[in-house]
Design a protein. Structure first.
Length: 218
């Protein structure tokens, strides 16, 4: 039976998903330090075996992922600078510009700027992007191909497709390696960076419509 699970993406990757440029993501198979192992099942669909047991896949084919992204929920203010409850709206840092500056926080304190809230705190009801898992497997990070790097959104930069000159200078794999490095904490580079070539879950997905998902159970 399929499940609904959260997954985090930064603003640039959210834009790539919305533009149809990103249909895959890689996530580290996190193991205790100095431990390794091997995939179990067909390309690791059962899990990843290591001395401490079996690390199960974070999701399975058919599961639904709802994207958590940098967000905010704001009310418009009336002439007395009071929130208009029916005018509440979600905003998303990847695509939206907040049209006003005055912000009343959850304690009723008025502030002169509007902060974005981190993706990890985004509630499920705020999700606007739903993804259906079409395949999941385990492989080494550097096993990625040019087509795989493109499916990761490596042809996407600063909200648009990269230009021809950049495509000539860098392969999609090289661009993906740069993107990957930017997402890894400096303290973890030696374990999870590109040169470390860690084992990763490769999660392929397709966009699915929220309303159809509810009606059809998909």
């Amino acid at each position: 039976m399929s499940r609904e699970l959260p997954i985090l993406f930064n603003a640039e990757m959210v834009r790539a998903i919305l533009d149809g440029m990103k249909t895959c993501t890689r996530r580290v198979v996190k193991l205790p330090k100095s431990m390794s192992g091997r995939p179990v099942g067909k390309n690791g669909d059962i899990g990843f075996m290591y001395p401490g047991g079996i690390k199960r896949p974070p999701c399975h084919q058919g599961d639904i992922l709802y994207v958590r992204e940098t967000w905010q929920f704001l009310y418009e203010l009336d002439g007395n600078e009071q929130p208009i409850e029916e005018a509440g709206k979600y905003y998303y840092a990847a695509t939206d510009i907040i049209p006003f500056n005055i912000y009343v926080d959850e304690n009723g304190v008025k502030r002169d700027y509007v902060p974005w809230k981190p993706s990890i705190h985004m509630p499920k009801e705020a999700a606007r992007i739903w993804l259906k898992v079409t395949d999941i497997r385990v492989e080494r990070l550097q096993e990625i191909t040019e087509d795989g790097a493109k499916a990761e959104g490596a042809n996407w930069k600063n909200g648009k497709n990269v230009g021809w000159e950049e495509k000539m200078r860098h392969t999609a794999i090289e661009r993906f390696a740069e993107i990957w490095e930017s997402t890894i904490k400096k303290s973890d580079i030696d374990r999870y960076g590109w040169e470390a070539n860690p084992w990763v879950w490769v999660i392929e997905f397709e966009r699915c419509d929220k309303e159809r998902r509810v009606v059809d159970g998909r």
